[in-house]
Design a protein around this ligand. Structure first.
Ligand code: NAG
Ligand code: NAG
Length: 402
């Protein structure tokens, strides 16, 4: 049995003597009440936030320190006049089961072969014009993950390999490393590549900090660890053209060969880099406020760039980008809980040579479409998470949602 404390008695008027023989009051005294409130207040404003911060801090992977994302536009997504939504159902699958995660596409119009890099390190090709397109193993990058792929001189292929760097596959299928560092900084995520008509190779390293296994940390961190570079095969020289980029991904020469268009995935935009003329060395926006996060970009030789949108724009991503703290929470929670994939509305956007959007082909059920290209009357597209290349007949006007 508890009795009123000394403090209690001191603070109160002298009590009748019998009070001491009664049970203590069940209601908390005003003092106890205010102490409880003070404790609760302390808990809510100091102890809990500090504990959460400590736990969150300890749960952050090394090198992960999210910051606000400079240059991200929260404005309306760009308006696209022509939209074909729900393309998955009307797509035909090519090489199903034989093409794991075909990331980028390169087409050789002379031979009719479409080349792609797969998750198991193989570069494979398919003669797409054939009635029954057959998949052929072309070259194996041991321990690699070929991503960006482009046709080079003398029937060679240039490959941006996520783990290895910039590679060349010769006509005899031999694979060699061209470069894997610039300015003393090794590439961690070589991603996109294209070749100019003069033979200069242009390519990107999405991040010098995070690789294919940890790239989400790069995206969620909001730091610009990416570079756009060139490689000159006659001198073996690697030059950094632009640095401090936010996950630079696909790259494509402009049809006049005077500039490069490259996708800066995290910013949801593509930029132009001038390689010739008055603006040589300058960067400018090519297209901003894309309806999704751009991956590879390819020019079809007929007046359009094809930009793969790996993930459609969502409220969740906008929120994450706005609040670095949410990104911390997500990464901490993600260590223990598998965060459900909410990514959707992936697809391909066609754009004019001056950056005007023309048509969007997407599907709510598609995710991680990483490369798209028009060949003849078909749009071909590949995805990191599918074991085949898809194509849709652009001449057939399939209604939305079918
Ligand atoms: C292409 O092959 C020819 C003949 O072997 C050679 O002279 C030329 O240097 C090669 N070009 C390149 C860019 O490798
Ligand atoms: C470039 O590098 C390759 C492979 O290391 C080498 O065989 C070639 O001689 C080099 N070329 C020049 C111009 O240094």
């Amino acid at each position: 049995m508890r009795y009123p404390s000394i403090i209690h008695t001191r603070l109160h008027k002298p009590l009748p003597i019998f009070h001491y023989y009664l049970p203590p009051p069940t209601k908390p005294s005003p003092m106890a009440k205010s102490t409880t409130w003070l404790l609760l207040l302390l808990l809510a404003t100091v102890v809990i936030p500090i504990s959460i911060s400590i736990v969150l801090y300890r749960l952050q992977p090394e090198g992960f320190d999210p910051v606000p994302l400079a240059g991200y536009s929260f404005g309306e997504s760009v308006a696209v006049a022509e939209k074909r939504l729900g393309i998955a159902a009307s797509s035909e699958r090519i090489g199903e089961g034989l093409l794991p995660g075909p990331e980028d596409l390169a087409y050789d119009g002379e031979s009719g072969y479409l080349y792609t890099g797969c998750a198991d390190g193989w570069v494979r090709r398919v003669r797409v014009a054939a009635d029954e397109p057959e998949v052929e193993d072309w070259a194996h990058v041991v321990g690699g993950r070929p991503l960006g792929i482009a046709l080079g001189p003398n029937k060679s292929l240039l490959v941006a390999d996520a783990f290895k760097g910039l590679l060349r596959v010769k006509e005899d299928r031999s694979v060699s490393l061209l470069t894997d560092e610039a300015e003393g900084l090794k590439f961690a995520f070589t991603d996109g590549v294209d070749v100019a008509s003069d033979g200069t190779i242009y390519f990107t390293d999405a991040s010098y900090k995070f690789d294919l296994h940890t790239y989400l940390l790069d995206i969620l961190g909001g730091h610009p660890y990416g570079r756009l570079m060139s490689f000159d095969a006659s001198t073996n020289q690697t030059l950094v053209l632009a640095r401090d980029l936010y996950f630079p991904n696909g790259v494509s020469l402009s049809p006049d060969q005077k500039s490069l268009i490259f996708c800066e995935t995290v910013l949801r935009k593509c930029k132009r880099y001038h390689i010739q003329g008055d603006k040589k060395g300058k960067l400018e926006t090519f297209i901003d406020n894309l309806p999704g996060f751009p991956d590879n970009i390819r020019y079809d030789g007929e007046g359009h760039y094809w930009i793969a949108l790996s993930v459609g724009r969502t409220m969740v991503w906008d929120m994450l980008i706005k609040y670095p703290f949410l990104r911390k929470v997500m990464v901490a929670v993600g260590k223990y809980v598998r965060i459900p994939q909410t990514e959707r509305d992936s697809g391909v956007l066609s754009v004019t040579p001056d950056g005007k959007p023309v048509a969007l082909y997407s599907d709510p059920d598609l995710n991680l479409v990483t490369g798209g290209l028009k060949i003849g009357k078909h749009l071909y597209y590949g995805s990191l998470v599918k074991p085949y290349i898809s194509r849709i007949d652009l001449a057939k006007n399939v209604a939305d949602g079918e």
